[in-house]
Design a protein around this ligand. Sequence first.
Ligand code: WT7
Length: 635
Amino acid sequence: MIDKISTLGGYIHEYQKSVTKPEEFWSRIAESFFWKKKWDKILDWNFSEPKINWFTNGKMNITENIFERHLFIRGNQPAIIWEPNEPNDENRVLTYNELFTEVKKFSNVLLQHGIKKGDRIAFYMPMIPELAIAMLACARIGAIHSIVFAGFSANSLADRIIDAEAKMVITSDGGYRGSKIIPIKEIVDEAVSTCPTVEKVIVVQRTNSEIAFDDKIDLWWHECMAGAEEYHEAETMDAEDTLFILYTSGSTDKPKGIVHTCGGYMVYTAYTFKNVFQYSDGDIYFCSADIGWITGHSYIVYGPLLNGATTMMFEGIPTYPDAGRYWDIVSKYNVSQFYTAPTAIRSLMSKGQEYVENKDLSSLKVLGTVGEPINEEAWHWYHDHIGKNRCPIVDTWWQTETGGIAISPIAGIIPTKPSFATLPLPGIQPIIVDAEGKELSEKSVEGNLCIKYPWPGMLRTIWGDHERFKKTYFSTYENLYFTGDGVKRDEDGYYRILGRVDDVINVSGHRMGTAEVENAINEHPLVNESAVVGFPHDIKGQGIYAFVVCGELSTGGVEGIKTSIQKGVTKIIGPIAKPDRIQLVRSLPKTRSGKIMRRILRKIAEGDYSNFGDISTLLDTSVVDEIIKGALENV
Ligand code: WT7
């Protein structure tokens, strides 16, 4: 079992050890896991190739560390508590024994259908237990899961299936989200029709919706499982074998497949889960994320289960049947740790006190946030009204790429400050640099956030494109991992994350690449070009503002074209990429060399019509005045 840091002095001691003797530090933590064969070398790395290998030649399987390692003491303890969309429907509780049986059975199903170690399987699933069962079965046989959030469009799903050359898709007939039924299978059918690598689609029955069912590729989950063998030995994995791919947006090009590996990811998610949330036996832990994002991978499934914890899985949405749903769940199950996104907090805060007032939240011990900067007002509301001034808030900074939490308070141990992620976790060596990459070593300083030393949970490459991996993360500054975030450090050495400094927008805690949204807008037949920037949004943190140049207006006029652009983006990427504001402009502010000056557009989108800085390189400055005029009319 991993030891928990339990005092501030303990944290400082651990942190210093992790910096001065990182290999010794991580090997001691890794020792608490079950290895079929121990590693030869703890760390082998350079950030120039880049090469990052942890626990070289160590052999293991992450699911043996979840199940076999815990079974004798935790067999009858709940592993997953699943709360359905409808509060009055029956929930499902899977003990470690039960979950293990399901995982072994589904492992055999996968093998039966020709899935081998190293094959990729795409997922497009609602939040139901079968999602966790199937992902763990992949891990058990060594297949690589690529989970696609079921809010993405068929087109986005197809892109991801094609990039990973997935052989199989796991999905459901439909999904419940509040009062809506999502036609999950229909979206998969549309995607799969353009994906020649997909041989089989396994369909879980959830909504009993009428669906198209092609006997040549479609299989029912329950039929496959009915005859499945219950015995299965975990595949032997190398510590550096790929565990999963998860796609995330960047500032350029298509989303990239972030690759995480078995050994390092296991050690890192388990260690950070236990420490940040101070999980103790008997606690009920609830993370409200979707498993389609990294938060769900690391802190609904792997981190908690590796610690033998009881983790909640919630199918629905925070506002159904009303804005008190999370708090009902907390009191129904006596949740001890609750982890959510600032956007959810702001949205629930705006619905009013009445949804919180009479709820019994006395079981809560720790609150967490993730995904975007939390503003002070939301922090205080969360602290006062949910935590009743007794629960520490862990504002956890990390990324899909970091695999697990990197900068964060350790609950109840590191004193918090509203909107600060506070201090690095053991093993994380942040460094702040200026635009040229020079270290800003003063204590109180603002700049770009990099990390100078590897940690076990970090990404190893971008699927199929190591060059892009190098270019994206290790080329901006030599020998440093560049996070893409701006950061401020205060006189106490506390870190406050300021948000992205690249062309990535953070909408409700989800990353959207501006280039991706622009490409989708430009698909519209009447659009010549576009530029997309973020703007401050009360609930979402950032909204999407699109400046669009059209050749002509069709019937339906300005409003008609805006609506059809929004529809187009929703179809191409998904509803999360839909621009909140669209402004039609005659042209975009470009330099003489043809580069769009986004800085100006960002200011205008923020409602700041001055302070543009130097605009002497602009080809035509009258464009700016025109856009401002249009923006004022657009508000
Ligand atoms: C980006 C990563 C990590 C899981 C969810 C998002 C922003 C993340 C915080 C925080 C301020 C944060 C950063 C980061 N971010 N956590 N606590 N405070 N900003 O994962 O989609 O990979 O996005 O989210 O900008 O780079 P992701």
